[in-house]
Design a protein around this ligand. Structure first.
Ligand SMILES: [Zn+2]
Length: 428
């Protein structure tokens, strides 16, 4: 749909910074014009007045497991090892494609309503997830988080992941990308790392990995292999410019140097790290080292939401409190991580607003109770805004959510299907 945002305040997240009272045109899925004048020769189907509104790039949720909304509110208040092995893995063993599709679609509703336009997700039953991405219109990088237990064949697992990549990568006009993935160092072994590194060397894709999330996992790796997870995986060729490392709570100085040298990205997931009592990543240090920082909500079972506004706010506040320094990180740095940083981590040109880029946009209501008067735009977006401030979410020029309405998904029907199909399957 061709849309003109008229006389609007704009957070570009490019070197242009914040622009007051400009016109932004969207045509054929792309940003067609940004400026004080009026675009010429464009047939506009919808005009949006910029009064009391702020336009910004769609948020990129750089680490999540969307289907886990099915476990929202399940198994709270326990540490990661117990939570994962005793509670989550047994429920996950019952999944099927249909349940995954329903849960993913519900998570996409929540994501769109809270301003997320693109996600990097690691899970399984990816066909069901791909259908949800296709039907909903959201942008996604999907990866199978490969693990390897005794007796399993690494080559076979990687071949299976590559089969999905071959069939789905760069489909849906590029909205859907298929990534490589290693669940974590502690759930896999050298045969798998070698096989994934070989696949990457043959044909590069993003590689999603959980990295140094807990102290126990980080220290156990050092005991077992004599190296940190980062150094170890790097020695197998898995830390690359296309690698997206989730968490990185226990990254050491040397680990950060490796990540910076390779050009890898880190998806900071503060809410999940707090809820599972894992700790707090050293964000100012990561930024200082020049590592590409992104932000993710992680799965809804350790959050309990997929709300990137809440994630940004806690990401900023945590560092200020921990460092006892209100300047430890700025709202602009956090918003940058949640937009351009995420786009870069996904290997995409999303996350900022300039002519020629994909039209992934969020329209905020600065006249709302929680945002008015929005005197400082970065601060307003990070500290004041929430899902209730989101008026419209657009992906690839398509309005997918507007004023409480989902344009591509029937949320009421999905909720009914969740009750009749997913709950009996997973819990009864
Ligand atoms: Zn995760």
């Amino acid at each position: 749909m061709n849309v003109l945002f008229k006389g609007i305040d704009l957070l570009t997240m490019t070197s242009e910074g914040f622009l007051h009272n400009v016109n932004v045109a969207v045509a054929d899925g792309k940003i067609a014009y940004v400026g004080k004048g009026m675009p010429t020769g464009l047939l506009t189907q919808k005009v949006v007045s910029g009064q009391d509104k702020l336009l910004m790039p769609g948020l990129v949720n750089a680490h999540t497991h969307l289907p886990m909304v099915a476990m929202r509110g399940y198994a709270g208040d326990m540490n990661l090892q117990k939570w994962l092995f005793d509670m989550i893995f047994p429920v996950e063993a019952k999944w099927d494609e249909e349940c995954i599709e329903i849960a993913t679609k519900l998570a996409i509703c929540e994501s769109l309503a809270s301003g997320t336009t693109s996600v990097s997700d690691m899970y399984f039953f990816l066909e069901g997830m791909a259908r949800a991405v296709s039907d909903s219109g959201i942008r996604a990088n999907l990866s199978r988080g490969l693990s390897l237990s005794e007796g399993e064949d690494a080559e076979e697992k990687v071949a299976d992941a590559l089969d999905f990549i071959k069939r789905y990568d760069n489909t849906e006009d590029g909205r859907l990308k298929a990534d490589l993935g290693v669940h974590a160092e502690y759930t896999s072994s050298p045969e798998l790392w070698r096989a994934v590194a070989d696949a990457y060397a043959r044909e590069p894709h993003c590689i999603q990995i959980h990295l140094s999330e807990t102290e126990s996992e980080h220290e156990a790796c050092k005991q077992k292999y004599g190296a940190t997870p980062t150094a170890l995986l790097d020695s197998y060729g898995l830390i690359t410019a296309d690698t997206l490392c989730a968490h990185g709570v226990y990254l050491e100085e040397g680990d950060m140097d490796i990540l910076a040298a390779r050009g890898a990205s880190v998806a900071h997931c503060p809410m999940s790290n707090l809820k599972l009592g894992s700790g707090v990543a050293r964000v100012p240090k990561l930024i200082g080292k020049g590592i590409n920082l992104a932000i993710g909500t992680d799965g809804a079972s350790s959050n309990n939401n997929t709300d990137m506004f809440a994630e940004m706010k806690i990401a900023a506040l945590l560092q200020k409190g921990l460092c006892r320094d209100p300047e430890a990180v700025s709202a602009k740095e956090i918003l940058s991580a949640a937009t351009v940083g995420g786009g870069r981590a996904q290997g995409r040109d999303v996350g900022c607003i300039e002519a020629g880029r994909p039209a992934d946009l969020v329209l905020l209501d600065t006249g709302s109770a929680e945002m008015f008067p929005a005197l400082e735009p970065y601060s307003a977006a990070v500290y004041s805004a929430g899902p209730s401030s989101v008026i419209m979410t657009m992906v690839d020029g398509n309005v997918l959510y507007e004023k409480g309405e989902f344009k591509s998904l029937d949320r009421e029907k999905l909720k009914a299907e969740f009750k009749t199909k997913v709950i009996p399957k997973l819990y009864l």
